[in-house]
Structure formats: C-alpha cells, structure tokens
Ligand binder design. Sequence first.
Ligand code: BDP
Length: 643
Amino acid sequence: MGSTGAERAAKCVFLAAICSVCQSLQGGMLFPTESPSREVKDASGLWRFRADFSLDRNRGFEQEWYKSPLAETGPVIDMPVPSSYNDITQDAKIRDFIGWVWYEKDVWVPARWIQDRGTRIVLRVGSAHYYSVLWVNGVKVTEHVGGHLPFEADISGVLRQSNANPCRITIAVNNTLTLETLPPGTIQYMNDRTRYPAGYFVQNINFDFFNYAGIHRSVLLYTTPKVHIDDITVETTFSDNIGLVSYNVSVLGSSKPAVKVTLSAHDGRCVASANDTRGVLKVTDVNLWWPYLMHENPAYLYSMEVQATAEDGQTDVYTLPVGIRTVKVTSTQFLINNKPFYFHGVNKHEDADIRGKGFDWPLVVKDFNLIKWMGANSFRTSHYPYAEEILQMADRHGIVIIDECPGVGIKDIRSFGNASLAHHLTVMEELVRRDKNHPSVVMWSVANEPAAEMPPAGFYFKELVSHTKSLDSTRAVTYITDSNYARDLGAPYVDVICVNSYFSWYHDPGHTEIISIQLNTQFDNWYGKYKKPIIQSEYGADAVPGLHSDPPMMFTEDYQKTVLQNYHNVFDQKRKEFVIGELIWNFADFMTAQSITRVVGNKKGVFTRQRQPKAGAFLLRERYWRIANETGVLPTWARYPCQ
Ligand code: BDP
C-alpha cells in the first residue's frame, strides 16, 4: 500500500531532521550549577501549549508558529514544565496524541547577561520526548533526537541580535517513534475506510510503559564566561590508603587557559591540587565511596573545584563531586573497591500520577526514602536514562546504579540496521558523556530484551558493547536479556549476564511450584555456557493492591509474595556461587498503553503508583536487611530491627 501525501510529509519532516543530527558528539554536557562565575535561571513553570492536530501534524511548520507568539496563531492552553502533557487535561486526544506539540514561554534575561559581551548564555533542556526543535525569538537554535538526555544551545548571539526582552522560547516536540529511534516504534495508517476514518493512524510499540511525552525535565538558562570549562572527566582508583583521581579538563574560549584543580574533603580541607588540564591527584588516607549498607561511612564525596583562567584574566569555576571507588568483574563476582558487591535492589520507572515522566523532587526524595527503608542498595534505570538529579541523589546516598539507555523494544529485524546502530552508538555517547563522573553508576546497560536471537544481533552488540567500553573502560557493560542462553548472540560481549524471567507468570501461569526447577536450570545454563556472573535483572508478578487469596491466586498480593519467596530460595543457593544480584520488577506500579493484559497499568510494583507498600514490599524489606546484615558493614543507626 503506497503512502498518502500527508504520511510522506510527516515522515519527511521527522526523518530529515533525525539525519541532520546523527553525527559524533562535540563538547561536554556538564550539569549546570552556580559558581562565582556562573548563574542559573530556571524557566520551569507554566508554558503556553498547543498540539498540532492537523492531518499531517505539520501545520505549525507550514505556518511558522515559532515566528510570532503562539497565541496569535491559534488557541493555547497552560502546560506545566517539567511534566508529560498526556495526563494534564481531560482530553483523551491529548493523552494519546502523536505528532508535534508546541510549547512557548517568555523569559526575562537579566540585562547584565546581555550587556556583558564576555558572558555566554546557554539554553538547556534536561530532556524532552522524543524529538525537539528550539527557537529563541523566532530563530532556530538547535534540535535534538531522543528523549531522556539533555541538549543545549549557546544563545548569546541570538539574544544580543534580537534585543528582545523578555525573550520568547519556543520548543516543538514530536513523540513519533520510527524503526531507527530508541525506543523504536512504527506508525501504522489504517486505510480501510469501512473501519477507520480518513488519515487514521496508530503508533505501535514493543515496550511496556506509556509513551509519555513533552518537556520532562527543567529548561534552564545559564551563563558561563567566554572562557569556560566545557567538560571534565574523572577516573578513580586507589592503592592501599592512597586514592588516585585522574582528571581531564577541556576548556573552550581561550587558546592557553591556566587551569587549577583543587580537591577538598568534607571539612573543606584541601587534600590535593594540580595546575594542568590533565593529571592525577593523589589523596592520602583516602575515604573511598562505598555503597549504602556496605560501610559505616558510605557515599563519601570529595569536592573538585576546577578554575580556568584566560590570558585576559577572565576565570570560570566549576565544582564537581567526586567519589573515589573501583569496579571489577570476575567470573563469579562483582567487586566494588575489591570487595564483593551483591545487588539487592529494584527496577524503577520515571512514572507518577498526573505528571507522567515529568521530574518531581517530592517523588524523587520519597523514592529514595523508600529504597533505603527497604534496605535496597541499588537500582536499574529501566528502561532509559533518568534525570541527572536522581543520579546525584544516588551518589550522595550510596545507591548503586545500572544506567540503562533507551534501547528497549528492539524486536523488529529492521531495527538492527546501520542507521539504528549509528543512532544507538550516538545515544551511548550522550549517556556516557552525561553520566561518566557519577560514582554511583557502576554498569552501563545498552539495551533491554532486544531480539538477541536474530542474526544481526551478534554484530550489533559486538559494536555496541565495544564502543561503550571504548568510551569508558572503568565500568562494566551489559544488556538485559530474556532470550534462551543458547540463542543469545550478544552474551559473548557483555561483562555480566543480566537475565529477566517470569516463571509462573508469563510461563506456566499459576504454577509457582515450577519456579525452583526452572530458575535453577536458567542459572546453570547461562553460567555453564558463559562463565560470567549473573544478575536476575527482573522477576515478579502483578498484584492488585488489596486483593488476597489463600491458597494464592494470580493478581493477589499473596501470589506476588509467593512468587518472590520461590525466587528467593533459589537466589540464596546461587548467590553462594555466581549470582551477584536480584532486582525486583518493579519498585512501583506504572502506567502502560491500554491493552487486555493491563488493568490501568502494570501492577508488578511492590509499591502502588502512589508509593504505598504491598505485602511484597515488607517481604523484600526483611530479606534485603537480612542480606545487608550478612554481607555489609552497617552503620549503627542502620541496624534493622527484624534481623
Ligand atoms: C519485561 C520487560 C518490562 C515489562 C515486564 C512485564 O522488560 O519492561 O514491564 O516484562 O511484562 O519483560 O511486566
């Protein structure tokens, strides 16, 4: 069936834009912080919003909505930023919208920012899903492909030229997924006019969470001097009581900057310093960064202040928290600071009522409180990179992270082609660039449950894993598999085997008695073939809160508990051998697309979507604290009563 004109137009707009940005990354992506030389202005709050309901979703571009105030080209509504737009209104058409939506806000830029020509003004979006184009005062300043990761543009020139204050920021965001996006998706036009109206289409996806869209993280304006610290990379190790911090600073805006680096302890004492763009700082009597529940004084962070001074005396200052720790993998263990680390943790989603995937501090802090309450020491950022503030929290609380890219739902063989691989490599570059300095991040996950048995998967994962290792050799690399051990073509390349399985749920539903035999077989097969340590990266069962039955039946809290207990019996045997972790699916209930297998979302959370515990949460709490008491060194305040 040939495509319609509208269909072609929509595809063109989207794909042409993707190709223009599929190049290797340039520059750093330091998290914007204030310093003596930098200011940050948060443009979060209420924005004006309109979804482009035209048939080809292209009216906004044809009519150049970015050229004049959005309210002049049609109706606008209030839209909070950060937030997904989907659940904000009462309109199902907005909840399920696919295509371009338009956001606009007027922002006052301090006059001194404009007047001082030695000031760089940067506009930064923490993330917008999925594909974004940005204008300032009607001038296009950048575009970006992919949700979950930040992008920015130097807008000093545009602001100085247009001389408009307040300045008008316009952001168009398109949530259309293609075979080459991450995650992939397809648009299917329904051309049978006896069943669907003209122009009717749906978006097909192969992942199990709602495709929330919009501006999900803060929009910030920040300044740096013209000479500015563009990027910092630190790698850490130690020997006896000496910590070693290798650093590399890249400075732009000056051909011969003088760089000064100072590392300070908690009490502000300088413990090491250097005067070069790269070097190694030596820290005697080092305080290592230890995970929560593994040490009396976990999550120790030094503070690294970098100063770059140009020939004319202009100086930029940036301060980076630094945790000194090492990561190693043997055939049976995962070592942090040379001590075996057992992941007892959770898989999460960025997901909550009303705001969808929008960043929300109360939710973040509540989740960390729950994680620590449970005695969990780790989580996986299933199935995409989480907000930078979440990783900062993990650094500060000693929660260990498996950092996952949005490679989820790669099930179609066409998504293993060159264009997909090129984009996937770029996304890994963006992810590593953003998260490389977080001590909490110990492993990169390049994908979740791809069709790893399809022939192109061998080449694809060889490239993907080796490229990720070339970007960062200090952490482990994995992808999450659900394929049969004998048919998984990517497993030879990863450091740790991460396996998802749902025995007695998707297989043999209702039969918890088979878990033990099937799980033992799973572990023995994978270990037998690859001799690599294994994490049970997902397991679980849906539980509708408040449903009970004895004997347990599917969808009750009791069944969820029984499934968990059966898995735990096997973990307790295998963690003496080569199983190095268990991550429950899922921390909390979350929204999905509507389907006959989902009753208002996925209910495999051990907490409800509103973060109330189900029976499974109490079970895990007892277990995790017991494991922590056996394996870790707990601070006295943290000894759990139910040991
Ligand atoms: C796993 C997927 C996860 C799903 C889960 C489920 O990795 O995204 O939500 O199944 O079905 O296979 O609950």
